[in-house]
Design a protein around this ligand. Structure first.
Ligand SMILES: Cc1cc2nc3c(=O)[nH]c(=O)nc-3n(C[C@H](O)[C@H](O)[C@H](O)COP(=O)(O)O)c2cc1C
Length: 388
């Protein structure tokens, strides 16, 4: 890998192809068939600093509403390799309302007080004062390492109804006002922002937004390489992400989108001008993915996927954590979607999904897992279905 300085003084990773061709930066990186990382001399990406928080390796677990709760974070931690974990997004006004009316806090903050650091809690809303108040409480009562602000959510309930999330990308000044206020109230705890490239393809404004974010005092910027209009269609545009880097004076740039293997993690660090990466969907049924990425980035042998039996045991541990918190009925219901993620892409996943989608008791869940969770034997799941 070749590195050179940008105007902003940061280390720029100039993309060189594995075969030593001319430097090239491509935005269709995810479609490349990559050589195994073992063939490549890897320079481990240095840790990043978000305020005073050291993130090593610079590989972050993304916030995902409905998924990245305490149980999931625990599973990721067990395998290791993740530099920073994040909660699901928490609505600031919802937090305040719950607290004032029920003296309770959102379920989404389950475990936050007790688990290891560093840990980021993500909040969303559009009222600077409310967000500042909630940010302060997260710092004081929960002792969070980082308060992250969501400016990327494209879901209508958040954008059209609440004029928050990615809606705010069209009004960078408002974003700046929110960040400034939250930074003031959380200091010295760092505040970060997560954005998309823009609202729509013809209104990509990530470079302008990035400068507002840094100017308002944020300590890092994460960019999902799609617009809000894209939702999850197409490919994340890593070229656009890395174009932002020269415009940031000192805060780290974290790229996000479509990373689903150790090879791709190595590849984006090699090709693009980024300081860190964030992984979302691909880790849902594969909490060991971070350990694989960390190994590849450090040039160590990449641990193989756990056996299917080990994956099943991992899922059952996840289940115990969820049921321990939410009770059998709600816990089992919640676990259905995770169970589908664990089975996804494995032989027999379709049958497993069909059966697990209907379970509502612990006994039912364990029975379906026993009968239909994908096994090493290619035919076993389908044979059982035929026999039943
Ligand atoms: C089910 C789901 C829930 C998500 N929830 C959040 C969220 O709460 N906050 C956020 O900033 N992004 C959220 N995202 C977006 C991800 O953090 C990430 O930016 C996006 O999935 C792209 O990364 P990936 O290609 O690695 O999945 C969510 C994505 C998914 C699939």
């Amino acid at each position: 890998m070749v590195r050179m300085k940008t105007a902003a003084g940061s280390q720029r990773h100039v993309a060189t192809r594995l075969d030593g061709d001319k430097p090239t930066v491509k935005n269709d990186v995810m479609q490349h068939s990559l050589k195994p990382t073992s063939d490549v001399t890897v320079t481990p990406p240095p840790p990043i600093h978000i305020g005073s928080v050291r993130i090593d390796p610079p590989v972050l677990q993304a916030p995902m509403a409905g998924f990245t709760n305490y149980a999931f974070r625990q599973m990721v931690r067990d395998y290791g390799g993740v530099g920073l974990q994040a909660t699901e997004m928490v609505n600031a006004r919802g937090f305040v309302w719950l607290d004032e009316n029920t003296a309770e806090h959102p379920d989404r903050l389950w475990g936050v007080k007790d688990e290891p650091r560093p840990l980021a809690v993500q909040i969303w809303d559009n009222q600077p004062e409310t967000m500042a108040k909630v940010g302060r409480r997260l710092v004081e009562e929960y002792g969070v390492s980082i308060v992250d602000i969501n400016f990327g959510c494209p879901v209508k309930q958040v954008t059209e109804k609440a004029q928050s999330g990615s809606y705010l990308l069209r009004v960078p000044d408002t974003m700046g006002a929110i960040i400034e206020r939250v930074v003031q109230s959380c200091a010295p705890t760092p505040v970060t922002a997560k954005i998309r490239l823009g609202c729509t393809r013809d209104k990509i404004n990530a470079i302008d937004v990035a400068q507002v974010v840094e100017g308002a005092g944020a300590a890092a910027l994460t960019v999902h390489g799609r617009t809000a209009q894209d939702m999850f269609r197409g490919h994340a545009d890593w070229e656009r992400i890395s174009e932002i880097k020269p415009f940031l004076k000192k805060i780290p740039l974290i790229g996000n989108g479509d990373l689903d293997s150790a090879d791709k993690a190595v590849d984006v660090f090699r090709r693009y001008d980024i300081d860190g990466i964030m992984v979302a969907r691909a880790c849902l049924g594969r909490p060991w993915l971070f350990a694989q990425m960390a190994a590849a980035l450090q040039g160590r042998p990449v641990p193989p996927d756990p056996t299917l039996e080990e994956q099943k045991q991992c899922m059952l541990k996840h289940y115990q954590l969820v049921v321990g918190r939410f009770g059998e009925e709600k816990g089992t219901q919640l676990m259905r979607k995770y169970a589908c993620c664990y089975a996804q892409g494995r032989h027999g996943a379709r049958h497993f999904r069909r059966y697990v989608a209907k379970v509502s008791t612990r006994e039912g869940f364990l029975h379906v897992v026993d009968e239909y969770f994908p096994t090493e034997k290619p035919d076993s799941a389908s044979q059982k279905v035929v026999a039943s």
